[in-house]
Design a protein around this ligand. Sequence first.
Ligand SMILES: *Cc1c(COP(=O)(O)O)cnc(C)c1O
Length: 501
Amino acid sequence: MAETRRCDDAAGCPAPCFGPSIARFTRSGGAGAGMRYVSTRGQAPVRDFAGVLLAGLAEDGGLYVPETWPAFTPSDWRALRGRPYPEVAARVMQPFVGGALPFATLRALCAEAYAGFGHAAVAPLVQLEPNLFALELFHGPTLAFKDMAMQVLGRLFDHVLAASDQRVTIVGATSGDTGSAAIAAFAGRARTDVVILHPEGRTSEVQRRQMTTVAAPNIGNIAVGGTFDDCQDLVKAMFADAPFRRALNLSAVNSINWARVAAQVPYYVAAALALGAPDREVAFAVPTGNFGNVLAAWVARRMGLPVARLVVGSNRNDILFRFLDANDMSVHSVAPSLSPSMDIQVSSNFERLLFELLDRDPAATSAAMLRFRAEGRMTVPDAAWHRARTLFHGFRLDDDGTVAEIRRLHAACGYLADPHSAVGIAAARARPCPAGAPMVAAATAHPAKFPDAMRRAIGAAPPLPPRLADLYERAEHYARAPAELAAIESLVRATVERKTV
Ligand SMILES: *Cc1c(COP(=O)(O)O)cnc(C)c1O
């Protein structure tokens, strides 16, 4: 409907816009007004927030994006200064949630989601240098930034499923952090079963134990004899098995779920406000895998937050670096690194940025994605690539560089950065803003989550926080299966049926 709407308020539209549609949320949405979502490929039904929350991926293979972007004015931003994190989260998410939840419910839900975090500020800023800050996103139950969104998602699912009197089965594949965050967020919830596939022997022990030591009846873990890609293919195959999908009412919470992106926007807002926004620009550097976290920073900017620069940090799996550096978006094979959550070649959320870079043209987006899949190489028109480079900068760091950065930070200021965070901090230092805006690096995991890398860098592993101190003593529960669809489906069924006996 409004897909071709032009920017009706150029002055309020931060340049470069990357796309024509913008709506002031004050105009478009009071209570009850619903944000509508369209697919980046244009062939899936338009949905409301509850619909995209449960659907995850759109039926046409595309990703859901808001039909129009909400915009906050400088005084809207100022009104959030100094507010507790859960309130900032609720205010920033509200235009995306639309009529799905009353604001008071959303605020209460956010308060509950962040109540169990290990830091009173939820996402504290730590100053490392005069103009360099770490935004710590790892104080949630599983010690990685995935908790920031997943804790909200678990509660949103409950709410939306209760309203429509449904139950769903969430299936997912994980290389580590997503699975544990999902399990922590959904354990014991009334209307969801969660079954997570992980590649046997290929996650860290902390990551595996965070998944397998949760003994809730609605949680199932399967160690698959195969790689992460095998796990992902099995999840896709379950979704493609229509009778199975229908019988179990399958749903997904992987990083393409729009609600996860929406729940990641508020911490960029909170950090920017603390550093003087909207009266001062800030810049973010984000260690990146599936492009979900840095996309949320882009969304904050699209909503009017003054973000001067976004630095995309990669490890040796550097497709995003090569794209930003030389418009070379060609898939190489994935190589393991010290920052495993960034060992990705095809960043699924990039499609949302591509859609904006292509002026929200679903036919062009669809064609580019299909060619990318077929040829292993994406052709992005030069004009779109140049546009991306006005805001995004790429940075790449190999394992030796990552170890050196962890060591340097420890020596320089006693700061303990995990390998992912170290890539982000190094990215911020390497690509400072010419205008002098403060650089904020997303610190995405607690260093205790990656003890081997920490030992290699500084000779010792930091202890787990007290709430996880007995992780190595807890009993593990998981099934093992070969990478075969029939075996996996019967284990998923068994998890779902366990509670009905
Ligand atoms: C998931 C993850 C990332 C990558 O985030 P994306 O949103 O996939 O780009 C980085 N660091 C850690 C610790 C993660 O768990």
